[in-house]
Write a protein that binds this ligand. Structure first.
Ligand SMILES: [Zn+2]
Length: 304
């Protein structure tokens, strides 16, 4: 059996196999066996990422998760993969997207969206290393002194992973609900700014084509501006306004995290921008504008 996503022990969140492949080259992931099933909070079935550190030319198939040689059936009773598997033996074969239909994703958000990832804890207890060394790092000891093998499946902790899930084609976007955020579906959470819409003070992942420019060489920030105008319904303040949503980003962060974006600065070329935040309105000198105020670097993402 193959699995499109798995919980990465090294990252502490659920990721797709294609992201695991990419992160193997950045060094953020080191062990192709440091994955467990994400079919259920209680399921800890070990999984291996096949074609973990391979380039397109080196492999026949795209990366995927599998039990590999570890055939033992370690899934929990309530694991959604097991449930689906036993159902599907009576009916036709199901696609991976159907498997994911009933799934709920949990986003780990602070009141201001995604938080800065904490440095990952290395072995933090005195347990002797297990034979499966990839799992020892997250073993902990419970109050009875027993080692606990239960992982908290925090699912999605970063905007990068959320975008990856959204773009992977492995989730049913209308039926995959978010456990946080009032059970919105992925399609409800992601709000396209490429077609005119009405915005309000709501946390969503806003995305679309944007450009970046320097407003003032003496200031430490650039402005990112989406290319389509939107309305903001603002009955109490200034009435409805229309504007191109924008936000400020630190020059330092952009140079560090998106060196490729250099050629876009002050150019009319656009790139895809995601921002997980609250749109609001602000009064400038000449007009009222729509912006995302004080966005932290964890809450925006650029894609070429
Ligand atoms: Zn499982």
């Amino acid at each position: 059996m193959t699995y499109p996503t798995a919980f990465s022990i090294e990252l502490g969140e659920t990721i797709t196999a294609s992201l695991a492949n990419r992160l193997s080259f950045t060094g953020e992931l080191k062990d192709s066996r440091a994955f467990i099933c994400d079919g259920d909070d209680d399921c800890n079935a070990p999984l291996t990422c096949a074609n973990f550190k391979t380039t397109k030319n080196e492999r026949k198939n795209n990366p995927y998760f599998t039990e590999g040689a570890r055939k033992a059936n370690n899934h929990s009773e309530s694991c959604s993969y097991l449930v689906k598997k036993s159902n599907s033996s009576n009916t036709n074969k199901e696609t991976s997207s159907q498997v994911k239909q009933s799934k709920k994703l949990k986003l780990i958000l602070g009141k201001d969206g995604f938080k800065k990832p904490q440095p990952r804890k290395q072995t933090h207890n005195t347990l002797s290393p297990q034979s499966n060394s990839s799992l020892t790092a997250t073993y902990s000891v419970n109050s009875n002194g027993d080692k606990e093998r239960k992982y908290s499946k925090s699912h999605v902790k970063t905007l990068r992973t959320l975008v990856e899930v959204f773009q992977s084609g492995e989730y049913d976007l209308d039926n995959t609900k978010l456990e946080t955020l009032d059970s919105l579906s992925l399609n409800e959470l992601f709000h396209s700014l490429d077609t005119p819409s009405t915005l309000s003070y709501q946390f969503r992942v806003y995305f679309g084509q944007a450009k970046i420019f320097e407003k003032d060489p003496d200031k430490p920030y650039y402005i990112v501006e989406f290319t389509k105008a939107h309305n903001y319904s603002n009955p109490t303040e200034n009435g409805d306004i229309e504007d191109y949503p924008s936000f400020a980003v630190s020059k330092y962060q952009i140079h560090k995290n998106y060196p490729w974006s250099k050629q876009y600065i002050n150019s009319t070329d656009t790139f895809t921008c995601f921002v997980s935040w609250f749109p609001t309105t602000n009064k400038g000198k000449k007009k009222t504008f729509i912006n995302f105020e004080k966005v932290t670097p964890e809450n925006y993402l650029f894609q070429k």
